[in-house]
Design a protein around this ligand. Structure first.
Ligand code: PRP
Length: 223
């Protein structure tokens, strides 16, 4: 049995059509079902539904063989013990630095004062500001980061932006783009060897589905 770890939300919506193109259809809608293990049309493949931040952990420990996870989550996890063969090109968004409209970010950079950054993405934030030679105080949050600059908890946030509607609705503006983000396929290295007969065709079908969807060859690394 091959287990594929997925998380509910945007990534799931974008991934199910790719899985379908690879011949794997969930027996019920994972978004509305309360089941956490969902059989598929492929007798040897099941979906397991986990929190987005837990996908790398399930795959790392082999509790899932394969997972679909945002590059943001993967960078925070560190990627240890995970083979990352394919960028699925779904769940596209970007990691940004944002602040209150009217906050003089560039002036504050020039003055060189210590900046407070609120984020769920502590590692990405530290690396981004570290690479710029900036010392920042990072405040870890678990959601609703947009509130931090509005309440004085922090000067800026590091967060994901997709449509930009959340920033707009909260009167925040993007002041730096850190990196584009999309979702990756991750594979447990032992599963890649021991379940090669199922994993390799799945990788090939998904790569072909990505190519058909996006019109160009997806980024792959040799397995
Ligand atoms: C993300 C992110 C922003 C929002 C941006 O949150 O943290 O709040 O989406 O999307 P937009 O640019 O299209 O408005 P998500 O909904 O994933 O929930 P989270 O707060 O649990 O991360």
């Amino acid at each position: 049995m091959l287990s594929i770890a997925l998380s509910k939300g945007r990534i799931l919506d974008d991934t199910l059509p790719l899985l379908k193109a690879a011949g794997i259809v969930a027996s019920e809608d994972p978004e509305s079902s309360r089941k956490l293990i969902i059989p598929t049309s492929h007798a040897g493949v099941r979906l397991i539904i986990v929190r987005a931040t837990d996908v790398p952990t399930y795959v790392q420990y082999g509790a899932a063989d394969v997972g679909v996870v945002g590059h943001d989550v993967l960078l925070e996890h560190g990627g240890a013990g995970l083979y990352q063969p394919l960028d699925l090109g779904v769940g596209r968004c970007r990691m940004v630095v944002a602040t209150r409209r009217g906050f003089d970010w560039h002036g504050s950079l020039q003055r060189g004062g210590r900046v407070r950054v609120a984020t769920k993405y502590v590692r990405i934030a530290r690396e981004h500001f570290g690479a710029k030679g900036m010392h920042v105080d990072v405040i870890k949050l678990y959601g609703s980061m947009e509130l931090a600059p509005l309440t004085g908890l922090a000067d800026v946030i590091v967060d994901l932006v997709s449509s930009g509607n959340t920033l707009l609705a909260n009167d925040l503006v993007e002041v730096e783009t850190i990196m584009p983000i999309s979702s990756r396929l991750v594979v447990n290295p032992a599963a890649l060897k021991l379940k090669r007969a199922v994993v390799q065709p799945l990788l090939a079908s998904l790569a072909a589905a990505v190519e058909r969807t996006h019109g160009s060859a997806p980024q792959r690394s040799a397995a």
